[in-house]
Structures are given as C-alpha cells and as structure tokens.
Design a protein around this ligand. Structure first.
Ligand SMILES: NC(=O)c1ccc[n+]([C@@H]2O[C@H](COP(=O)([O-])OP(=O)(O)OC[C@H]3O[C@@H](n4cnc5c(N)ncnc54)[C@H](OP(=O)(O)O)[C@@H]3O)[C@@H](O)[C@H]2O)c1
Length: 314
C-alpha cells in the first residue's frame, strides 16, 4: 500500500490506518457488544492486508481497545506503529471525563504502555482540547513524555487552528486527527491549508462517517443496531439529515460500481485525494470489513471523478 510521511516525523504511514474505537465494546459512546476474537482477527487481517499502523485510545471501551490491540501485537513478529491518545478518563458508569492535568497525562501514558505491552508509543495524541485552559499544561506533559523516551511523537486531535498555534511554541505537533468525510468537510475551511503549510500531518477519522458511507444503512438497518450503539443518538443517522445522507450515497453508488468498487472504498479514496491527508483511519470490527476497505489504499480517483463527486456533494 502507498505510504506518506507523517508531518516532520520519520514515520512512514500507510495511507490507511486501522481504527479501533468500535472494538472497545460497550461504554458511554460504544457501538454495542463486540466479540474479542473477531477484533483480534480484524487487527491481524489489517496487518496482513498491508496496513502498518493502528489508532486506539484508552477511552475506547475504558481500556479494552488498547488491551485487545496489545493481545494482537503479541501474535505479530513485525509490529505495526501504534498511535494512542490521552486526556479522557472515565467514571464507574463508563462515562467519559475530560482531564488535562499534568500528572494525569503522565499516569495515563504508563497505563497505556502496560495495556499495549510496548516500551514506547509512536504517536501520542491529545484526544480533545478540553478543559481548554489546561491545553498548555497537558502539552507540556506530553513533551516531557517525549524527553523521557516513552512516546516518539505528539499529536493533536479535534483542535482548531488557534489551538494548534497555542501549542506549537511548546513542542511541534506531528499531526492533527480531525473528522473528515464526504459528509463532514469542516477542515476544508482553512485547517488543511494550515497543516500543509506547517508540516503537520493529517490523520483523518471517521472517513466512512461511522459506517454510513458504506452504503449499507437504511431505516431497516437502523433497527438492527444494538440498543447501546451510540449511532442511535447521532443526528447523521436520524430524521431529514439521515434521508439526505442516504440520497447522497445512492448518487455515489454508480461511481463506485462502474469502477468495480464499493461505496466504502470510494469514501476512503476520496478522503485520500489530497496530499495533505497523510492517512485515513478506517474503523472495522470484522475481518471481512477491513479486507474490503484496505483495498481503497491504492485507488486514486481521476480529476473527472472528483469533480463528479463534488457536484453530488453540493
Ligand atoms: N480522535 C477522535 O476524536 C476520533 C473520533 C472518531 C474516530 N476516531 C478514530 O478513527 C477511527 C475510524 O472512525 P470510525 O470508527 O468512527 O468510523 P469509520 O471508519 O467511518 O466507520 C467504521 C465502522 O463502519 C462499519 N464498517 C467498516 N467497514 C465496513 C465494511 N466494509 N462494510 C460495512 N460496514 C463497515 C463498522 O461498524 P458497523 O459494522 O457496526 O456498522 C465500523 O466500525 C476510529 O476507530 C478511531 O480510531 C477518532
């Protein structure tokens, strides 16, 4: 699979990274029950399919996603690069708590290293810049972790340009992890240019808009979701917005089909059309899903196809 250099770092990332939110299983923002054996098969299939990096976070299943990634790593002779995050803790109801205290970040890193079973984390990202007043305090803690050799590079997630500018002077961010898909294009308003001009890599999350852009969703499919699947409360999957999204997807389907591809592969290839996007973080919870989506890594859309998609998205 194609690779791209992450910002100013020495990390060569495959243009698809495996996202492991859904394999965390149940918590406040979970995706319903998940079979751990399926998760491990999915991770191994991702690596087998040429993916060289995995994105996870402590909050995904309150430690569970990182532990499952750790179990899968033990089965691999050649280890993929690991990206995880900090800044979100949880309470005993498995609800998230934003925390950017210096000492908490240092402890979170120790806990992640243990769960993952690794000596160093390749990319350590601040999950959310909240509480915002502690942005600098937390970034300084992350820079300390680099000096201590516990993490190789630090990155931001869900930041604005102004928030990136606040941390640059403390320690250069290797990357930004923002949402980006055909249905969520906020970063086109200045963020992509800022990152490109400042050598900050972009690792885009939810490229299939949480599975919506696979083309499998309908009112009937919604009824099959587990009662604790957070997508039941996501406006993209509800009411008029949902109907509008479905109609966009039906217009995209012929473009995928005439190339012998799927809507999911089209959605990922579209995210990767811009050089500034280092990689798309593609979520999967079953082996068959990643075996399908990994093939999008080498699909380069033509200018005509990009133009046709722009007209549909307008
Ligand atoms: N930094 C942040 O705040 C943040 C936020 C969101 C995500 N992320 C990261 O980005 C990753 C990817 O985003 P995401 O998981 O939200 O969304 P995504 O990649 O757009 O969608 C992933 C989901 O789509 C479904 N799917 C995947 N492949 C499929 C296929 N071939 N056919 C049918 N369905 C398929 C699966 O769910 P079902 O089978 O249940 O439909 C899967 O969990 C996350 O795992 C996480 O690592 C980070």
């Amino acid at each position: 699979m194609r690779t791209r250099r992450l910002g100013n770092t020495d990390l060569e990332l495959t243009v698809i990274g495996l996202g492991t939110w859904a394999i965390g299983g149940s918590w406040q923002f979970g995706w319903g029950p998940q079979d751990d054996a399926d998760s491990i098969r999915t991770i191994l299939a991702a690596i087998d399919g040429g993916i060289n990096w995995i994105d996870t976070a402590p909050i995904y299943g309150c430690g569970h996603s990182e532990s499952i990634v750790g179990l899968a790593l033990r089965e691999l002779r050649e280890k993929p690069l690991i990206a995880t995050k900090c800044g979100l803790l949880w309470n005993d109801k498995r609800e998230k708590i934003n925390c950017l205290d210096h000492d908490s970040i240092i402890k979170e890193c120790e806990d992640s290293l243990k769960r993952l079973g690794v000596d160093v984390i390749d990319l350590y990202q601040m999950h959310w810049p909240q509480p915002e007043a502690q942005l600098e305090e937390a970034w300084e803690a992350m820079a300390t972790l680099v000096q201590q050799g516990k993490v190789r590079n630090i990155g931001a997630s869900n930041f604005t340009v102004e928030q990136l500018q606040r941390v640059v002077a403390i320690y250069p961010p290797a990357s930004l992890q923002p949402p980006y898909s055909m249905l969520r294009r906020d970063i086109e308003e200045g963020m992509i240019d800022y990152c490109g001009q400042n050598s900050i890599g972009i690792v885009a999350y939810s490229p299939m808009q949480k599975g919506l852009l696979t083309g499998k969703f309908s009112a009937e499919h919604m009824r099959t979701l587990a009662a604790d699947d957070h997508r039941l409360n996501d406006p993209n999957f509800d009411g008029e917005k949902f109907q509008k999204n479905l109609s966009i997807i039906e217009s995209l389907r012929p473009i995928a089909e005439r190339n012998g591809k799927t809507v999911a592969q089209l959605a990922i290839a579209w995210v990767l059309r811009k050089e500034e996007i280092t990689a798309a973080i593609v979520g999967a919870r079953k082996q068959s899903q990643i075996e399908e989506t990994v093939q999008a890594g080498d699909w380069i859309l033509s200018d005509e196809e990009i133009e046709e998609i722009s007209r549909i998205l307008e």
